[in-house]
Design a binder for this molecule. Sequence first.
Ligand code: ZN
Length: 287
Amino acid sequence: MPELPEVEGVARELRQRLNQRQIVRVVVTRPRLVAPQSVESFAECLRGASFVDVGRRGKHLLLHLDNAHTLVIHLRMAGRFLYVAPTAPLPKFIHARFELDNDRWLAFQDQRHFAIMRLAPTDSLHQLKELRDLAPEPLGPDFTRDYLRRTLAGTQRPIKEVLLDQTRVAGLGNIYAAEALFAVGIHPLTPANAIPKAKVDYLWQVIRILLESAIEAGSTIDVNPENITGQYFGAAFAEALLVYDREGEPCVRCETPIARIRQAQRSTYFCPKCQRPRAKTTRQARS
Ligand SMILES: [Zn+2]
C-alpha cells in the first residue's frame, strides 16, 4: 500500500506531465470510484479543465484544476496512474481515463477496487471529509516535537496503532510505522502514553528522517506512469526496510529472528530483543 513517500513520488511524476494539460474527455467505467458523485457530473465538471498543479496531503493526491476544483485521490491498496498513448495496450482494471489535449491518456488502474476519487472546490478543500481530520503533515512545520508529545501523552492505545491513525500522524502506513518503531527500539504494543519523553523526541526525529530519505530514494521506486507493466514498490526500496516483511530473518542489530504479530487486523513486524517491552517494575521504579 503506498504511504506518504510513494504518494509524494507519484505526485512529482504527475506534476511533470500534467502541468497545463487540458482534459478533453473523461470516461469512468467503475462508477463507485467517484461515488457519491454521478459519473455524468464528474465527467462534466472535468471536461475542458486544465491541470494547474499536483500536490499531496497525507496519502491523498491533489490534482488542482483551473476551474476552481481539485481532484482528490486516495490510491488505497493498488490505485495507479498510467500516462500513455491511446494506442497503448492498457492492462486490466482501468476504472477511469482522462483524455488529454496532447494525444495522451491519463488512465487510472485499480486491481483491488478500494481507491477513491473526489471532486471538491479548491477553496474549501480542507473541509472535505477525507481531509479535514488529518493530522499535520509530518514534514511540515506543524508536526513539532511538542505536537507528538501531546498526541502520545493523550492516549493509552498501542503506539503502532496511533502511528497508523491518520488523524494523529499523517502519511505513515504499516511499513514506515514498523521501521520507525524498530529504529527507536519501541515495542509496537507499548501504550503510547508510557513512552518516555526522550524516546518520543527520538521517534519524532526518526519519522521525519525515514520519510525524507524514502522520498529521496524515490528514483528507485517505480512510480513512472509511462511504465505500463510497472508497480509502485521496487526491489531496491524493499532492501532498505529492516523489519517490514522480514519475519524469521535475523535482526540487523542483534541477529534475533524478526517476529510478526497480528495487530488491529494487520501484520506487525519487530525485533523481540531490540524492541523488548519495558518491564512493569522498571516503570514503577521510575515514576
Ligand atoms: Zn534486534
